[in-house]
Design a protein around this ligand. Sequence first.
Ligand code: GYE
Length: 307
Amino acid sequence: TAAAAGSSGGTSAKTITLGFSQVGSESGWRAANTQSIKDSATAAAITLKFSDAEQKQENQIQAIRDYISQKVDVISFSPVVTTGWDTVLKEAKAAKIPVVLTDRSVDSDPSLFVTLVGSDFEAEGERAAHLLEKVLALPGAPKTVNIAVLEGTTGSAPAIDRAKGFKKIADASHPEWKIVASQTGDFTRDGGKQVMAAFLTAHPEINVLFAHNDDMGLGAITSIEAAGKKPGTDILIVSIDGTHDGFVAMTQGKINAIAECNPLLGPQLMDTIKTVLGGGSVPAWIKTKEGDFMAADAAAALPNRKY
Ligand code: GYE
């Protein structure tokens, strides 16, 4: 009846429109994350407006402003860096559009967003350090440990927190670990390749590489081989993510261990959005479960990897 149609209020299944601003297309992890978000929005019958910020904060701020003016129901984004978000988050709040962060967090007043769906990066840094302990306990491992670090994007939550977690374990238990070089490779293969080439020239004593993601580790492998050294043997490598290509490099013995960071956040994100828009409450941080892998486990695990 007309009356029923007119009073469709609260319980009706209005289609949700989500405005999502992605970091960029910098890595294999990111490609899997983007696919997961697109697939799970379709599966959840959520209309997705998607934009790629090409690793630039100003592009993300612009995308968020566009979503506010388009009056989307909810905004989600993975912030490139941790700082500089207060103004635009306040604009979303004033427009009564909830913001659900995913993957990376911000350094802002926590009342400006509803929750974060993503990983514990500091724990990942600690796990990478513990994996390095295991790698260094294998036969033939060096006793003098000269570490090169390929950092993620400067100012990003995963770069800050992975460095912090790794340092925590190194400082607490490993006076024999020396970080001889540490620089950003921007989470890209090319960045890892370029920076590692420079490291190898300046610091021929490097015998361990901690890469904040697999892609930079894979780029570094190219430079290590070009310098006539054997990745995984002359230079031990531990990285983070657990992408398909990272696992392949482990099966080849070129990466020694990987701390997994799960990019398949889409289903949890869509569930969270539905709960939030339905008036339900959610925890301040919805953490992702992840595993640790040594090269010896890689061949058995590879067929079951989802990204
Ligand atoms: O590790 C890296 C990507 O924010 C967890 O971003 C993510 C990181 C991931 O570029 O590969």
